[in-house]
Design a protein around this ligand. Structure first.
Ligand SMILES: NC(=O)c1ccc[n+]([C@@H]2O[C@H](COP(=O)([O-])OP(=O)(O)OC[C@H]3O[C@@H](n4cnc5c(N)ncnc54)[C@H](OP(=O)(O)O)[C@@H]3O)[C@@H](O)[C@H]2O)c1
Length: 312
């Protein structure tokens, strides 16, 4: 698979990564054996970039990923995140960052975290102080590159002034477009962009046809795209995008991922799937090039992205 550079500090990863959130939370019941097989399949298909977070199962997601990647640890880039409390609020107090990052190193069973993100901003802790703690780990050789997630221009600039930031991770897909105004800032500062939920949490996979049948614990029950009214409009957008994909002999998820890869050469999408066949299908999107005509048709079908809010 082709590689992409994230930032100017030397971080290079496969053009498509693997997002491990679903292996520990968010999308209903999971099977660790299947998830492990999906992670290893991603690597077999050329993925070298794996994303997790301390909040995914309170460390369980990191342990699963660390275990799955142990035999190939030296061949992959592992990213994790701190900054979310047990009650899912912001918590980037320095002592909590240190506790969480030390746990992440243990959970992932590694001496070094390749890429460490602040997961969400904390209004109670200045970003300079947060990056100062992250820098301690770089200086100690326990973290290689730094990233931010779900944040704004001012915080990116202030953080980058303390220590180079290599990556911004934010939601981005044909459905989620609100991070686009940040792209010029990333270009100016030389920061790469990791696109999370690139399949719009499954909407852009063709698998979403009905609101019924979601497990009660499924996060999507609370997301705006799934609200009555919005949901039906989004199914229709997905149906039209699916027709375009079929006319090109590709799947909807492949179209959605190829669209992201076509936006900028510093964007790396990290789709998540707990099923190895679906992983292989998604990874194949790295070999698909969309034409200007395809991109124009997608813009016509989904000019403003999905209908409703992408958030809870
Ligand atoms: N920084 C943040 O705040 C943040 C927030 C959200 C996510 N993320 C990261 O981004 C990663 C990806 O995002 P995501 O998992 O939310 O959403 P996503 O990749 O947009 O979609 C995942 C959903 O799509 C399904 N799916 C994937 N490929 C499919 C295919 N080919 N056909 C049918 N269904 C398919 C998955 O189900 P199956 O597993 O059953 O295949 C899962 O339900 C996460 O794993 C996480 O690492 C970060």
């Amino acid at each position: 698979m082709q590689t992409r550079k994230l930032g100017r500090q030397g971080l290079t990863v496969s053009a498509l990564g693997y997002g491990a959130m679903g292996t520990a939370m968010a999308y209903g019941p999971t099977d660790d054996t299947e998830s492990t097989a999906a992670i290893r399949r991603a690597h077999d298909e050329g993925v070298t970039f794996f994303d997790t977070a301390q909040m995914y199962g309170g460390g369980a997601g990191e342990r699963l990923l660390g275990h799955a990647l142990a035999p190939i640890r030296d061949e992959v880039v592992i990213a994790t995140k701190f900054g979310v409390s047990e009650s899912w609020g912001p918590d980037s107090r320095p002592e909590y960052i240190r506790e969480v990052v030390d746990n992440s190193l243990r959970n992932l069973n590694t001496d070094t975290i390749d890429l460490l993100y602040q997961h969400i901003p904390d209004p109670n802790v200045p970003i300079e102080e947060v990056v100062g703690v992250m820098k301690e780990y770089v200086d100690a050789g326990k973290v290689k590159y730094l990233g931010l997630s779900n944040t704004d221009e001012e915080s990116i600039r202030r953080a980058h002034a303390v220590h180079p930031i290599s990556v911004l991770q934010d939601e981005h897909s044909i459905f989620a477009r609100d991070s686009e105004p940040l792209l010029p800032v990333l270009e100016e500062l030389g920061i790469g962009f990791v696109a999370y939920s690139p399949l719009a949490r499954g909407f852009l996979s063709g698998a979403v046809q009905s609101r019924d049948g979601l497990d009660a614990t499924d996060l999507r029950n609370r997301i705006g795209w799934w609200a009555p009214g919005n949901f039906e409009a989004n199914v229709e957008i997905s149906r039209r995008l699916g027709e375009l994909a079929a006319s090109k002999g590709v799947t909807l998820s492949q179209l959605a991922l190829a669209w992201l890869l076509a936006q900028k050469d510093y964007i790396v999408p990290i789709p998540g799937s707990r099923n190895q066949e679906r992983v292989a299908q998604n990874v194949a999107a790295a070999g698909i090039t969309l034409s200007e005509e395809d991109l124009a048709l997608i813009a016509e079908i989904a000019p403003d992205g999905g209908v409703g809010s992408r958030t809870i």
